[in-house]
Design a protein around this ligand. Sequence first.
Ligand code: ADP
Ligand code: ZN
Length: 529
Amino acid sequence: PVDPGETGGSDALRVLRRVFGYDAFRGEQEEIIEHVVSGGDALVLMPTGGGKSLCYQIPALVREGVGVVVSPLIALMQDQVDALRALGVRAGFLNSTQDVDERRMVEAEFLAGELDLLYLAPERLRVESTLRLLDRGKISLFAIDEAHCVAQWGHDFRPDYLALSALHERWPDVPRIALTATATKATHTEIAGRLGLQGARHFVASFDRPNIQYRIVPKEDPKKQLLELLRTEHEGDAGVVYCLSRKGVEDAAAFLVAHGIDALPYHAGLDAATRAANQARFLREDGVVVVATIAFGMGIDKPDVRFVAHLDLPKSVEGYYQETGRAGRDGLPSTAWLAYGLQDVVQQRKMIDGSEGDEAHRRKLAAHLDAMLALCETVECRRVRLLAYFGQDSGACGNCDTCLTPAETWDGTIAAQKFLSAVYRLARERRQKFGAGQIIDILLGKKTAKVIQHDHDTLTVFGIGTELSVAQWRGVVRQLLAQGLLAVEGDYGTLVLTEASGEVLGRRRDVLLRREPERPARAAKSAKS
Ligand code: ADP
Ligand code: ZN
């Protein structure tokens, strides 16, 4: 489809300009495209929004034959194909949402050489008839989108992806390009191994988003904290506020509206028309704040989102990175702000314990949560930690909270010993389970009804922790959890010791803690986290 009459630049550049209407390639796009056009295999790691699609769409247009794109996002296929057709690209898809007639038509187009791109759900490639169909046409390349779905240690594992290694055996001369936005070093290696892409050239884009300022604060009165942020730094700006639950979304949206912010809710419980209307206002108007569950964001491409705020802890670093990554696509300064507290940890552990799936699955979820906690409690540069998670080295950034206000640390060994001994004492009362609140009351020597009822004022640890405030103790607990020196169990957020707790109690290990920022008494009083 490329007009050879045009002069200047490569075929790829001409397609970029003529078909897609862009002036220049971004980042490594050009190198990747040239490599695939000339028949090479590629493994591409690029953050969401980085421009992965062009990396296979342009080679498919430049090379002879049909580019076959494997994608698990069936719900998006129709949109992707429509968008391509609107640009004049001959695209089609085959998936389970189609009836026989629709499928037949696409197959006929494929065989007649009337397609440039054919999108396939991965399960299609396990069907022999699909493979035979492909045998009868000319394939220019295989693109394996969302390639991390082949990794068993990941949150999107798709067994159908394992079968994709067979593509190379059946069509050894067709180049393959695997693409993903979520790749730690381990996932990266696993993708190459499982897809038989050891010989592929690896293209690893930087995951750094330098214009995003990362900030993570202890949760006190999260909606008020958020309002303060919006009023002082983001007056009239467009932004996204993420909450874990639909109720959280409704509450926060109502609160913001009551305080004069143009906020709209978005979650799967709203009817489709409301969701579409709210999303459209966010995209088209200036300064709209969407309060949403993570259902919001897939495929949203708004360049001037000035802040992304989380009122609840994301479940993984990947999720956090993807959600915060929706801020500042235009490259201008933007804020990623997260408020998190002890209750988040307790709640998420509870959800993990109660989740479906086997023990290995729960362990995986717990490991994701632990990595997220470690990011929250780090005294290092947030960006360094975040990029390290994706296997990328970097220096302190100067544009995150810990760089701007270096976290002070203190020797929390004695505080940790006090807290862990209290947990140990209570664990011996097998009948009853207690959470952090009760233990902190005991350490502070508070004779609450619950303390007296359980005779906890007679424990040797009663009143031995008055040197710290409630907020400071909560900080200690969060950090002990983040460091694996304490764990949460069961429905009531019961705290239990870990193997490593023993080292602290046995004085074989020191505990370094991050000092909680000083806060006015007003905030401390309404402390909820
Ligand atoms: P990804 O799949 O990596 O998340 P996309 O391929 O969807 O990213 O691209 C993100 C956005 O960037 C899209 O709107 C796309 O059209 C745009 N884009 C990609 N490459 C370029 C480019 N070279 N110039 C301008 N815009 C681009
Ligand atoms: Zn930093």
